[in-house]
Design a binder for this molecule. Structure first.
Ligand SMILES: CC(C)(COP(=O)(O)OP(=O)(O)OC[C@H]1O[C@@H](n2cnc3c(N)ncnc32)[C@H](O)[C@@H]1OP(=O)(O)O)[C@@H](O)C(=O)NCCC(=O)NCCS
Length: 172
């Protein structure tokens, strides 16, 4: 049985969600900084019922507080492709939560939403994340050269993808 579950962010989760978004150590590979608290709160609130940005708290069954955030982005023109992402708070890393959260996002995307393709975008320096995606079965489909301005340096971005048939084959 999974040690974690994903909980769609609801009204009562807004504070905790903002807290994680505002934790600088939770986003070491992001090129942009979080907005100020009020802007962020407004965005999180605006996404509660969104059909295009789904925010989830990652909850550990043996921990009363959530351990990270997970996301599903659905393009406005939905062609059965979605993008996923997640972060685990530094104090909870290396326990398998990032790996499990990614698998749960795939399970939800393919089994519940009926997606045909799931993508994930990754800073090329983020080797923990690239290893997790590759271990799970994502294919490295593109490398965008110097697409991210990260820590003051132009950095490559990798786009990964996995198809529904590849996912269903992997869980047989
Ligand atoms: C990337 C991130 C989410 C990983 O989270 P984590 O909970 O520390 O990762 P895990 O503990 O699940 O995985 C760590 C390692 O265990 C491996 N692992 C974990 N569970 C596993 C399993 N069941 N089977 C095989 N390998 C497993 C992973 O492949 C990885 O390998 P490594 O030890 O060689 O690095 C985390 O470092 C993070 O939040 N980083 C900042 C945000 C970020 O980069 N998000 C991703 C953007 S694309």
């Amino acid at each position: 049985m999974n040690a974690i579950y994903l909980k769609r962010v609801a009204e009562q989760d807004i504070e905790r969600t903002c807290e994680i978004f505002l934790d600088k150590d939770a986003w070491p590979y992001e090129e942009s900084e979080a907005p100020d608290y009020n802007t962020l709160r407004g965005r999180v609130h605006g996404n509660l019922d969104s059909n295009s940005i789904l925010n989830y708290l990652i909850c550990a069954k043996n921990d009363e507080n959530s351990v990270g955030l997970a996301f599903i982005w659905i393009p406005e023109k939905y062609q059965k492709e979605i993008e996923i992402g997640c972060t685990i708070l530094p104090s909870h890393r290396k326990k398998g939560y990032g790996f499990m959260a990614t698998k749960l996002l795939l399970q939800y995307g393919f089994e519940d939403m009926g997606a045909h393709r799931i993508t994930a975008e990754c800073n090329a320096q983020n080797t923990i994340s690239t290893r997790i995606l590759e271990t799970i079965g994502f294919r490295r489909e593109a490398v965008f050269i110097e697409r991210l301005l990260w820590n003051g340096k132009w950095t490559d971005q990798i786009v990964y993808a996995i198809l529904d048939r590849e996912y269903f084959e992997s869980i047989k």
